[in-house]
Design a protein around this ligand. Structure first.
Ligand SMILES: NC(=O)c1ccc[n+]([C@@H]2O[C@H](COP(=O)([O-])OP(=O)(O)OC[C@H]3O[C@@H](n4cnc5c(N)ncnc54)[C@H](OP(=O)(O)O)[C@@H]3O)[C@@H](O)[C@H]2O)c1
Length: 216
């Protein structure tokens, strides 16, 4: 995603926990890229770090919240579920709210959140993950509704990936697996269109509809 946005002319701020990976990417992308180590599980600290990142950039017109975690947890251990909720729910909401405040003050902007097709149905193997992504999607809907009232040019995009070939992909028998670059191309297209919702890739819309229609 970062490589695609940089190639399209965006100046980037990058954040995650592993600073050496960010440093390597920043040096590849060239001068002007700003990096910060942010652990979104520490939501108060993460807001301070995001403020510092935005200040270093002189503000941002686009914020993509991609950080996420989730483990298969069929035995319902509390530790993994709590980590998922800390990152995907509390951390996400803390930064999404901060981003929207930033855009309201700036008078424009675009927030992108990465949800999942898992949001359409509770999963017995990953109850916290599927519920956390339902939260992400509904929270983004709420933020979109809020900014609509402002009449400012602020867009909110929910990206809904199916399977993408990254460390996050935990399924036994994944199908329709997208490469990270294909997923990034899909999300980049949604950003250019300022789409409200985007399946990644588009055929995952079929699975989204099917999961909504199946009886609970
Ligand atoms: N891969 C899939 O099949 C799939 C499907 C549907 C949705 N998604 C969603 O897509 C998003 C991106 O995941 P991915 O597939 O790109 O997986 P990934 O390659 O494992 O990337 C996860 C990213 O989140 C960051 N991250 C994790 N915990 C963090 C924390 N506490 N604080 C800050 N950053 C954190 C990681 O960086 P650090 O480890 O350096 O912090 C990494 O950059 C996630 O929200 C995921 O739920 C993925």
């Amino acid at each position: 995603m970062a490589r695609r946005l940089a190639a399209a002319g965006w100046r980037l701020g990058l954040a995650a926990r592993r600073l050496p990976k960010l440093e390597a990417l920043a040096s590849e992308l060239g001068t002007g890229t700003v990096i910060r180590a942010i652990d979104v599980a520490s939501s108060e600290r993460a807001r301070v770090e995001l403020a510092s990142l935005l200040e270093a950039l002189g503000g941002a017109d686009l914020i993509v919240l991609s950080a996420g975690t989730g483990e298969l947890n069929p035995d319902l251990q509390w530790g993994p579920d709590r980590q998922t909720i800390d990152v995907n729910v509390t951390g996400f909401a803390a930064l999404a709210q901060f981003a929207i405040d930033h855009f309201l003050q700036r008078g424009r902007g675009h927030l992108v959140g990465i949800s999942s097709v898992a949001r359409f149905r509770g999963s017995g193997d990953a109850a916290a993950y599927s519920a956390s992504k339902a939260f992400v999607s509904t929270y983004l809907d709420g933020l979109r509704d809020k900014v609509r009232a402002s009449k400012l040019p602020i867009a909110v995009t929910e990206a809904c990936p199916g399977f993408v070939d990254t460390a996050m992909m935990k399924a036994d028998k994944p199908f329709w697996v997208a490469t990270p670059d294909r997923a990034a191309a899909c999300i980049h297209s949604a950003i250019r269109r300022r789409a409200k919702h985007a399946f990644v890739t588009r055929r995952w819309a079929l699975v989204g509809w099917a999961l909504r229609l199946l009886p609970a």
